[in-house]
Unconditional design. Structure first.
Ligand SMILES: Cc1cc2nc3c(=O)[nH]c(=O)nc-3n(C[C@H](O)[C@H](O)[C@H](O)COP(=O)(O)O)c2cc1C
Ligand code: SF4
Ligand code: FES
Lengths: 221, 564
């Protein structure tokens, strides 16, 4: 049953309506607020990994991830603040420190420029926390469709989630933990030997170009 | 049963044994791991097929747990503790000496009062020399010198307390009998609420309030989960309870079940306590045989079934959301909160997750009174706390202290202070998660959350590791940060990358000037504390923050050395 009284929250000082089950991020997007994200894809279940989407919530000491937080009536949310902008910049500097580079061809995939655009917007220093890299590219996977350049992977799990949630293939998953996290398939093999159907959904959601469309790249050459 | 798997069992016998049980995945993985000595590809294929799990998910999840081996003979390869105390006692040297036999490092295995533990298959040996390793019983908690009244340890030194007969002889099951035969569930909750008992696993949430929320929540069957993962370095209190007072935990869980309406219970036991897996199962069997667990408990209409599940080497599985995912056979990432386990716990049903110590306090409270329990604390704090004290003190061990006891009383009067000719430099709080207390704060702080928090630290599960004036505190902090990096689950960015970058800075990477080093460390720490998705990432920076605060000279020396 729809509620008769429209529930609202305060968003950056303005009263905004919301529907039951909506997250703060969804409400803010409708209100044309800019909130950076990396692990978010509107087609997928919210995951809450990248923490870029944190916002200030009145009554909470720490900022909260807006992508996973469902609205309740009369919440008071601020989508930006000095400390939040600083956390976001530091997060971007941390993320880019994992990878050798962030510049990739836009032909790799639809979302491939998400990370580099955010880095530009926040003027993040990609060398600041330089250290050990994570993720290992699978150049041994010679399939003609999907490039698996995990040196550029930021472990946002969008590929794993799209494969499970949208395709129901469950071909890819994540192995190890912590800094040694690596996107993988059963027994760390190549895609041909897995449940992969080469649908290409994972490529299109990848925000760094770690996954690429080999056909498009070949065509451009 | 958790007794060793029959080496002659076939795949289908193992699968049939576990498939119909609740929370089957971990049990089934252990059954194959024990039988074969590792998890083979064939085993994983059989398990995935029979539990209807995607193979990629099962493979990925198995690699998350450090004690599941994927190499033949892996089960029996020695694992040697390189935790904060064992590193001071030769653990790293022992590891190097055994490396050729396939030995690997394991984080703190909960024997800090008697280093160094070496885990091999289903056995833990201890000793500081490789040729003198012995199998030894857990050390009984030393009595406190002041004769101060205890709750959890009040009866633990009684001979035979870990048998059902001995337990009953010393007041055991008086609490459950009183609850089940004379009180309503809501009266039991009210009793616990009035005692002001709060979570002893770290977060300190009021137990009565948690149980009330489970009782009020809609959905059946409800569950009680005993968190016996005890992964925090420097903590070994739950091991003493599980070894010497298992029935107190079982009785506490049964009372919790009666109060909340739960009908199933799980004990999630850390892998590093293999002997307890067997002894605790025997305790459950004895309780079942005596009609104290199972159907129609004490002749009433109350039913409660109890199961043990073993973890497989992952500190994060002590975090309740991660623990529940692990029990359910999912990838053990923490869960986003809200919703909380009290409404969406095991299999998304109402669940009370409680620490071993919390649950073991309950039977005593039920047989005595809420006022009695409250009165054990000092300065307005209710009750007692077990402290696992280890490192550079004369008498390490588990001590039950009244809340509000001055820290220096514990360190100097109860535990005898530092070794002769030495002085204490720093003591960790909450195991490692609270970072260090040092200098004047060691003299002024009292053992309770408000006092310790006022120093920028926390009491948490109350592991305390003492370091004397010989120790290089940067090295100690480096070892601690390595632990957090090793145990970070890898889901949220600030913790996954932050713990790695802080470890590098304590090891010597990034040759920087001091002001730049400090600014980098501060930015990473503030970000991790504010926006990490769970307590691991939020707490990890306390070690480096307190290092900088108390030991600026040692930090300056370290940075100068690196940038040379
Ligand atoms: C990283 C991490 C590790 C934890 N490990 C444990 C543990 O080993 N044992 C435990 O009882 N609680 C642990 N906790 C706390 C649990 O999440 C939870 O709060 C506790 O089990 C609740 O029981 P209590 O209310 O009786 O303390 C941990 C929390 C975090 C964030
Ligand atoms: S803080 Fe984040 S990465 Fe660390 S253990 Fe928790 S969820 Fe995982
Ligand atoms: S988009 Fe919110 S945490 Fe990633």
């Amino acid at each position: 049953m729809e509620k008769t009284v429209q529930a609202t929250i305060q968003l950056d000082g303005e009263t905004v309506n919301f529907a039951t089950g909506e997250t703060i991020y969804e409400i803010a997007s409708r209100a044309d607020k800019f909130i950076p994200t990396l692990c978010y894809d509107p087609r997928l279940q919210p995951f809450g990994a990248c923490r870029l989407c944190v916002v200030e919530l009145k009554g909470s000491k720490n900022p909260v991830a807006s992508c996973t937080l469902k609205a309740t009536p009369n919440m008071e949310v601020t989508t930006t603040s000095e400390r939040i902008e600083k956390f976001r910049k530091t997060l971007l500097e941390l993320v880019t420190s994992e990878n050798p580079t962030i510049a990739v061809s836009p032909l790799r995939s639809y979302a491939s420029q998400e990370l580099s655009l955010l880095v530009e917007r926040y003027a993040a220093d990609t060398q600041r926390f330089a250290g050990e890299h994570s993720g290992h590219s699978r150049l041994d996977d010679k399939n003609p469709f999907l490039l698996r350049d995990y040196d550029l992977c930021i472990s946002c799990y969008r590929c794993v989630r799209v494969c499970a949630e949208q395709e129901g293939d469950y071909a890819i998953s994540v192995m190890n933990r912590g800094f040694h996290t690596q996107i993988t398939t059963e027994f760390n093999g190549i895609l041909k030997d897995s449940a992969c159907t080469f649908c290409g959904q994972c490529v299109q959601t990848c925000p760094t170009g770690a996954l690429g469309d080999k056909k498009a790249l070949r065509f451009a050459e | 049963m958790l007794l060793p798997t029959d080496p002659g069992s076939t795949d289908s016998e193992l699968i049939e044994r576990w498939r119909g049980e609740p929370a089957p995945l971990l049990a089934l993985l252990h059954a194959f791991h024990d039988r074969d000595g590792y998890l083979s590809e064939t085993a994983l294929r059989a398990i995935a097929q029979n539990l209807r799990m995607p193979l990629a998910d099962l493979f990925g999840t198995v690699t998350f747990y450090h004690h599941f081996s994927r190499e033949p003979q892996g089960l029996n390869a020695p694992r040697i503790c390189t935790g904060p105390v064992c590193s001071l006692r030769g653990g790293r040297e022992m590891l190097a000496a055994l490396a050729s036999q396939g030995a690997t490092a394991m984080p703190c295995a909960g024997r800090c009062d008697e280093p160094v533990p070496v885990l091999q298959g289903q056995r833990v040996l201890v000793g500081t020399k490789l040729d003198q390793l012995v199998h030894k019983a857990t050390i009984l908690p030393p009595p406190n010198p002041g004769g101060i009244e205890e709750c959890v340890f009040a009866e633990i030194r009684q001979p035979g307390r870990n048998t059902l007969a001995g337990y009953r002889r010393t007041g055991g099951y008086e609490g459950l009998t009183r609850a089940v035969t004379t009180m309503t569930p809501s009266a039991v909750i009210e009793f616990v609420r009035q005692s002001k008992l709060a979570g002893r696993g770290g977060a300190g949430f009021p137990t009565g309030q948690k149980w009330q929320a489970v009782a009020d929540a809609v959905g059946q069957p409800k569950a009680i989960v005993c968190n016996a993962d005890e992964g925090e370095p420097g903590c070994f209190k739950d091991r003493a309870i599980l070894d010497y007072d298992p029935f107190a935990v079982i009785e506490g869980m049964t009372i919790a079940a009666y109060a909340t309406g739960a009908t199933r219970g799980f004990i999630y036991l850390r892998y590093e306590y293999p002997e307890i897996a067997a002894s605790f199962q025997r305790a459950i069997d004895a309780a079942v045989a005596a009609n104290l667990v199972g159907n129609n408990i004490l002749g009433t209409a109350f039913h409660f079934a109890l199961y043990i599940r073993r973890g497989a080497g992952a500190y994060i599985c002590g975090e309740e959301g991660s623990l529940l995912n692990s029990l359910e056979g999912k990838h053990p990432f923490p869960r986003n909160r809200p919703p909380f386990p009290v409404t969406h716990g095991f299999e998304n049903l109402p669940t009370a997750v409680n620490n071993v110590e919390t649950l073991a306090s309950v039977p005593q409270i039920m047989r005595r009174s809420p006022e009695w329990y409250q009165g054990l604390g000092r300065n307005g704090h209710a009750g007692t706390k077990l402290v696992s004290l280890s490192g550079d003190v004369q008498q390490p061990g588990n001590y039950e202290v009244p809340f509000g006891l001055p820290l220096r009383t514990l360190l100097y009067e109860w535990a005898g202070g530092p070794l002769p000719g030495r002085s204490l430099q720093a003591v960790t709080m909450a195991g490692l998660s609270g970072g260090f207390l040092a200098k004047d704060d060691l003299a002024t702080v009292t053992i309770d959350e408000p006092s310790i928090r006022s120093k920028g630290s926390m009491l948490g599960a109350a592991g305390m590791i003492a370091f004397d004036d010989r120790r290089n505190m940067v090295e100690v902090a480096h070892n601690a940060m390595e632990f957090f990096a090793h145990e970070s689950c890898g889901k949220c960015f600030p913790c996954r990358i932050g713990t790695q970058r802080l470890t590098e800075r304590l090891a010597g990477a990034s040759p920087q000037t001091l002001p730049i080093w400090l600014a980098e460390v501060d930015d990473i720490s503030q970000t991790m504390k504010a926006v990490s998705a769970c307590g691991l990432g939020m707490a990890a920076p306390l070690v480096i923050e307190s290092l900088v605060r108390y030991f600026p000279e040692q930090v300056a020396q370290h940075v100068a050395k690196v940038s040379d």
